[in-house]
Design a protein around this ligand. Structure first.
Ligand code: NCD
Length: 326
């Protein structure tokens, strides 16, 4: 275990300014920067495992968490990340805000912007919402999920979990399975994993795989067995019923039978394959508890831990860019 002061020095050495003014999509990153961001995140993992976790890298900065969609792990991990870096954090429960009184997304953002936050973390049900906001405000914007478009910090924490489990992500075969059509997690992961040299497969029923998915640079399978053979990683996605227009699956029981990950289906992947899920999980729908809770195969708890470290790395790096611009 590293000494707290040594951890702080290591973090200072690894801190690299973010390459863009905002973090809206995986494409805002590039391979050498991703590698250095993950190195920084590794140092935050060490810090987070110590009893004293506080740093002052973001002292004096204000981070606003603006969540227009429900979230447990993403909003709390951004909040913990910002607090551990010493920032002042305000998490806006949108249910209690003027949005409920009819104020538009842009009005809300412009109002909050006038309070001069440094970083605005936003989740919204409309694809493109974070990009739109970034044009209207004077602070750095982090996309914490916009509709079915992107969720880039999720892809980053997934990458961190994979790099720690496998050493290197280049050359891994990763299957992303289930409701691809409604998943921002899938889109960000395809972009980031491909950027870092992994091979990505998409597996799901034709109703839940977008028609243009073959142009994402991935192999597409409509059969779990065919798709899972030879995979190092099986990333399951939640069946996003709230985004579906009409019934795209006959029943959740039937869905589990064909597409739910259990021991039998996992055995089709490579021996030693790891299982991931961004959460929240529908147990017995897309994943069996027996697999999800088996720590010898499941990275699901690691993903949650890595979420805080990866978000600390993003916030610290965006703040370092703001420092440079000041
Ligand atoms: C994901 C999301 O919100 O896009 N969850 C998360 O961020 N932990 C995936 C999902 O909701 O299924």
């Amino acid at each position: 275990m590293t000494h707290p002061a040594a951890a702080a020095d290591l973090i200072a050495d690894r801190l690299v300014p973010f390459p863009k003014p905002h973090f809206l999509a995986a494409a805002d990153l590039n391979p050498p920067f991703v590698a250095s961001l993950l190195d920084l995140a590794d140092a935050f993992v060490d810090l987070n495992r110590q009893s004293t976790k506080a740093l002052d890298l973001l002292r004096g900065r204000t981070v606003l968490n603006l969540f227009f969609e429900n979230s447990t792990r993403t909003s709390s991990s951004f909040e913990i990340a910002a607090k551990r870096l010493g920032a002042d954090v305000v998490t806006m429960p949108v249910g209690a805000s003027s949005v409920k009184k009819g104020e538009t997304l842009i009005d809300t953002a412009v109002t909050l912007n006038a309070m001069r936050p440094d970083i605005l973390v936003v989740r919204h049900g409309a694809s493109g919402a974070a990009a739109l906001l970034s044009q209207k405000v004077g602070c750095a914007v982090v996309n914490a999920g916009d509709g079915r478009h992107e969720h880039p910090t999720q892809a980053l924490l997934d990458l961190l979990s994979l790099r720690r489990a496998f050493g290197d992500v280049g050359g891994l075969t990763v299957a992303i399975c289930g409701d691809i059509a409604h998943s921002r997690v899938a889109r960000s992961n395809v972009a980031l994993l491909s950027m870092m040299g992994a091979r990505v497969r998409l597996i799901g029923p034709p109703t839940l795989v977008p028609g243009d998915a073959d142009r994402w640079g991935c192999e597409v399978f409509h059969d779990m067995r065919e798709g899972l053979v030879g995979c190092d990683v099986v990333m399951m996605l939640r069946l996003q019923l709230e985004r579906m227009d009409g019934a795209l699956v006959p029943s959740t029981r039937e869905y589990f039978r064909f597409w739910g990950l259990d021991r039998e289906k996992l055995a089709w992947a490579k021996a030693g394959a790891k299982v991931m899920h961004p959460g929240p999980m529908n147990r017995g729908v897309e994943i069996d508890s027996d697999v999800a809770d088996d720590l010898s195969v499941s990275l699901i708890q690691d993903q949650v831990e890595m979420g805080v470290a990866a978000r600390m790395a993003v916030l610290a790096s965006l703040s370092a860019r703001l420092e440079g611009a000041a």
